[in-house]
Every structure is written in C-alpha cells, then in structure tokens.
Design a protein around this ligand. Structure first.
Ligand code: KG4
Ligand code: ZN
Length: 336
C-alpha cells in the first residue's frame, strides 16, 4: 500500500510517500521559520496561508521524486490534530479532497502518534513493547507502547512542555526563534560547572514533569547577571544555556529510567523535536547502558515535524482496517 502523508499542524509543510513493502519512497519539507522569525513565534494565520501555497506543489515534487503519478497513490494520511486549527484544516481538506478525487481511503492521524512511530522508519526499529518519551513544543509525555494504537499514558508535564521551556529560555537569553536548537548550540560553549540549576520534580514520586519553576529560575539568573545596559556577556549567556539544558536533560533521564524500571522494560524510544537534542541522546545512552537498556530515536530530520511520520502512522492504521468517512475532522486539542 502506497500512502501519501501530509503534515501541516504548525509551521512546517511536510509531505511524504510511504510504501508498506518498500518503505519510504520520497519526502519533502518546507519550513516557515523565516516567515515567523520576525514575530518571535508562529503566527497562525500566516501559517495557514503558507500551507495553502506549499502543499500541492510539494505533493507534485514527491511524486516526481518517486517517479509516480497521482493514480499510484493508494491512500492518503493527514495530520488531523493536535495543532493550529487553520493549519490543520489546510492539510485535512487537501488530503481528504485528494483521496475523494482519487477514490482511495483517507485517514486523519494524531500528530503525536506520528512522532512516536517515527523511529520505526529507521533501519533498526524497536520491537514492542517499549517506553516512549514524547518531547515536543507542545507535549512532554511518558507512554507505554504495546503496539500500534496501544498507548498508556504514564506521566506528563503539569505545565510547560520541554520544547516550550527551551523556547522560553531562548527568549530570555535573547536568542532568535525557534529557540531549542539555538540554546543547544550555545550550551556547547558553556562551562558546565558555573551554575547548578534545579532538577524539577525528580524527588517527587511518579512520572510527571514540571518545567515552570526552572523557567523562573532561569529568568532570575539571567536578570542577576545582566549589566547596566541590560545585556549578558557571551560567556555567561552560554553558561546559563548549558546549565538550563543540563537541568532539563537530567530530569528527563531520571524519569525515563524510572518509567523503564516501573514497567519492567528495556527499550526506550525518544521522539518529537527535543529528541534531536544531542546532550539528551548522549546522557540517555550513558544512563541506559548502565541498566542494560537501549534507546531508539529517529534521524534528526524525522525528530521534528515531517510528512514521513504521518505517512507511516497512517499506513499502519489503514493496514489495520481503519479509515475516515467523508466528513473532514480536525481536533486542535486531542489527547492521544
Ligand atoms: O516536534 P516539533 O518539531 O513540533 C511540535 O510538535 O511541537 O518540536 C518542536 C520543539 C520546539 O520547541 C524546538 O525548540 C524543540 O522542539 N527542539 C529542540 C531541538 N530541536 C528542536 N529542543 C532542544 N534541542 C534541540 N536540538
Ligand atoms: Zn511535532
């Protein structure tokens, strides 16, 4: 089965073709980062308009890359939530309409299920069951995964998501949007001994997270080190980025180990934008090696939003016999 995947939940238009026999055939991504940069965050109306401009040309591009025609598409999968409602509607309307015109099935996919399954596109995918740490701009969740669609939420953030915390820390440090990768890059130049930031909720039993206290601590540290012009010297800026990143990463590592132990599992999948973070990957690999557990993640471009994960997740659901009716549904808020 050849599935066209369409992702338009936020600020990237991601399109891909996935074949259940041959794997990923082609994919394309258009990022709107430059469009939103001057506003310091995603402007929903502008995002929708840009998805309208880009979606069909990108579909043509992936078809050409795969050497296929529209008639070769067996099914269409599109992100139906959670996300920005206008942006979701663009992908949903184009996806549903295209499937209708081609008289093939269509299915709306949960964006976080897409992220969760993205490591399945790698050459050595994890076997079920496993623990998944979903860390994106909108979610921080620990999930027990027993199979496609068999997800049990074990813990989540009670306030900010990990990616959101990275983005807010970036703003405090005067870095451009999107902040997560910038903080990570700056942290490489930081002295990891200079500041010691609190690890939120680690002494708390259970598997929930909270990042708002760390956010306040970061803001206070930034303010305490600004000069009379309200600026940070570059080394202090890097040292704060380093301490902030270490606090988030250590918290995530502790909770992942706790989840594996609680569920008696040895496989951890990390997914979502923050799973691209190199420090998180390195610290998790070290910590899990000690308990003879292994960590799985997608290639960096499939950690952040992309069409391949939606094509893959949709394909699995369609193969299991699911499909949507003709009513186009989007769910801006949607628990997995
Ligand atoms: O999964 P994603 O692309 O979109 C959502 O579904 O939210 O995740 C985006 C989030 C942003 O908050 C971004 O700052 C963060 O992932 N992010 C990172 C890194 N790359 C992306 N955070 C830390 N380190 C990174 N290398
Ligand atoms: Zn995402």
């Amino acid at each position: 089965m050849r599935v066209l995947g369409i992702e338009t939940s936020c600020d990237e238009t991601g399109i891909a073709l996935y074949d259940s026999e041959q794997g990923l055939l082609a994919e394309a991504l258009y990022s709107q980062i430059e469009l939103h940069a001057e506003y310091g965050g995603v402007v929903p109306e502008l995002a929708s308009r840009d998805h309208i401009r880009k979606t069909l040309p990108l579909i043509e591009q992936v078809l050409a890359e795969a050497g296929l025609r529209r008639a070769d598409i067996d099914a269409v999968a599109y992100t139906s939530g959670p996300g920005l409602v206008g942006a979701l509607m663009v992908g949903a309307m184009i996806g549903r309409g295209l499937a209708y015109a081609l008289a093939v099935p269509a299915i709306g996919v949960h964006h976080m299920e897409g992220h969760l399954l993205a490591p399945m596109l790698e050459p050595q995918p994890p076997e079920f069951p496993f623990i998944a740490l979903l860390v994106s701009g909108g979610h921080t969740q620990l999930v027990r995964v027993d199979g496609i669609g068999q997800y049990q939420l074990l813990g989540e953030s009670l306030d900010d998501a990990a990616g959101e915390a990275f983005d807010k820390a970036a703003k405090m440090l005067g870095l451009a949007y999107p902040g997560g990768p910038m903080v990570a890059k700056l942290a490489e130049q930081g002295d990891n001994q200079r500041f010691d930031f609190p690890r939120p909720m680690v002494k708390h039993p259970g598997l929930d997270f909270s990042f708002s206290g760390l956010k306040t601590f970061t803001l206070n540290t930034v303010n305490a080190h600004k000069n009379e012009q309200g600026e940070l010297d570059p080394q202090t800026q890097a040292d704060i980025a380093c301490a902030f990143q270490q606090a988030v990463v250590s918290t995530l590592v502790i909770k992942c180990k706790r989840a594996l132990q609680q569920e008696g599992l040895k496989r951890l999948v990390i997914a979502g934008g923050v799973s691209a973070n190199k420090k998180l990957r390195a610290d998790l690999e070290n910590a899990l090696a000690k308990i003879k557990a292994s960590v799985f993640y997608a290639r960096p471009e499939f950690c952040t939003d992309n069409g391949a994960m939606i094509a893959y997740a949709g394909c699995q659901r369609l193969l299991a016999g699911q499909q949507d009716d003709l009513a186009v549904k989007t769910r801006p808020r949607w628990p997995m």
